[in-house]
Ligand binder design. Structure first.
Ligand code: AMP
Ligand code: ZN
Length: 115
């Protein structure tokens, strides 16, 4: 837990969010500035700054983030049509919140390039 991290505060219910899934490892909630009809952020409950801070023991947790994304995509009705998963990493990667998160984005046809 990082005292100044908004996603840690959402995980611990100190800050409000529209939570769509939570278990012992991850929390998923709707992005406040959605870029598509479905835009959900899936975050580890423990504070990990970014992919750059991952340790080998985090591998099962990161696998779980993806299976939760798959389950939520099914629940949102976007699994069949397809969707996009993004993890911005570091400033040049476009990361603005330094608590690792997976964007689950869908419900419309994505254009290239990303973003
Ligand atoms: P990134 O640029 O990859 O770090 O993405 C951060 C995302 O977090 C952006 O899409 C923001 O709209 C979203 N965001 C920021 N603050 C909140 C919040 N309090 N609740 C939900 N989403 C947020
Ligand atoms: Zn955090």
């Amino acid at each position: 837990m990082s005292d100044s991290c908004i996603f840690c505060k959402i995980v611990s219910d100190e800050a409000k969010a529209t939570i769509v899934f939570r278990d012992g490892q991850v929390t998923a909630f709707r992005d406040t500035h959605p870029v598509a009809p479905t835009h959900i952020l899936i975050v580890p409950n423990k504070h990990i700054e970014s992919v750059s801070a991952l340790e080998i023991e985090d591998e099962p947790l990161i696998g779980h983030l993806f299976t939760v994304a798959r389950k939520l995509a099914e629940e949102e009705g976007i699994a069949k049509g397809g969707y996009r998963l993004i993890t911005n990493t570091g400033t040049n990667g476009g990361q603005t919140i330094f608590h690792l998160h997976l964007h689950l984005i869908g419900g419309q046809r994505m254009r290239h390039p990303m973003g």
